[in-house]
Design a protein around this ligand. Sequence first.
Ligand code: GLY
Ligand code: MN
Ligand code: MN
Length: 409
Amino acid sequence: MSFKEHREKLYRTLEANTLVIAYAGIPIHTNEDDYFDFAVNSQYFYLTGLERENTAFIAYKSADKTQEVLFIEEPDPHSERWTGKMPTKEEVREISAIEDVRYTDSIEGAISSFMGRFRVERVYFDMYRCRMNDLPDYNLVMAERFAKAYPQAVLKDLHTACVPLREQKDADEVESIRKAVDITRQGLEFVMKNLKPGMMEFEVQADFEYTCRRLGAKRQSFPTIAGSGINGCMMHYGTNHCEVKDGSLILLDLGVKYENYCSDITRTYPANGKFSPRQREFYELVLKANEAVAAAAKPGVTTRDLNDIARKVLGEGLVAMGMIADVSEVGKYYMHGVSHAIGIDVHDISLVGDVLKPGWVISNEPGLYIDEEEIGIRIEDDLLITENGCEVLSKDIIKDPDAIEAFMA
Ligand code: GLY
Ligand code: MN
Ligand code: MN
């Protein structure tokens, strides 16, 4: 993976006299002496390839060159005794291709030096906020601290600067997503082999995650959704604590991270291996929408256009089935968008309304949620936008209802 190329793409978009400061972040405290699993800041990872907590990166672009410095914790035998080997300067140099590696206790001095000795006109920090009342994440805290120390500095948002770069994946990024999708395929095949009525939803989840771990995936892309019956009608159901009843469907929305890149796949299976005629009718309609979206996904269109296609196909099908009187009522049974970008994050960085270009990876996930019949169906593929259309990266994860029944038999 060439993280150096990611940085060079960023530098090409920056004006001279610009400082970039990016932190990996720190683990978030839970209670007592416990912490959540560490999740690295995505902009930092994109630019360095490092997933290690308590590391940081500074770049200064002047008129004629860009100077880069990476900061890591100094390995110490006491910490290593408790939590394992810490990365060395040589190891992070190898991953990031940044030559100048220093220890984190020198970062404030380095920032002061850049601010004092160079004509810094703007400073980039990742200042993204998901929700107004979220606790500020580490980069935002550091940006605020910096602004207090240097009130004259003009702060800019690294997240916004990374949008056009990260929207378009390079060959290495696509390769990681392909691997994540393939691990997901194997996990789902293991699930299909074992699935039977009477299992608990969390057992199905465990079958999937067990296979993924065995295949080398370090973590899920997001908490696995295993919703049977009515639970499949809740878009982000995640408690997975119910029994999978005979005659029900189970909706599995799941994925893994490979080299920190995500897959995001949904398949819906009959618990007993056979769709009822009614379930199959809805399933085939969702599949038709999924195929229509894949046929339309190409450079120049937006995810909004794709959603209009999904709504039209699903709406017309529901009218034909007598479920609704007019296509405009489709929202009664289909309540989410059909597509989002996928990458380092499962809902990856992108802006609503941006047109698709070759190299984008997006989801294709129409669904129908019929509460009154306890039927929740979603079929989600991952698409790579190509020069003339798209490649369905998850084409080997079976979704044809006959193929699913044959496999489960
Ligand atoms: N798994 C979340 C989504 O499909 O968007
Ligand atoms: Mn998705
Ligand atoms: Mn999903």
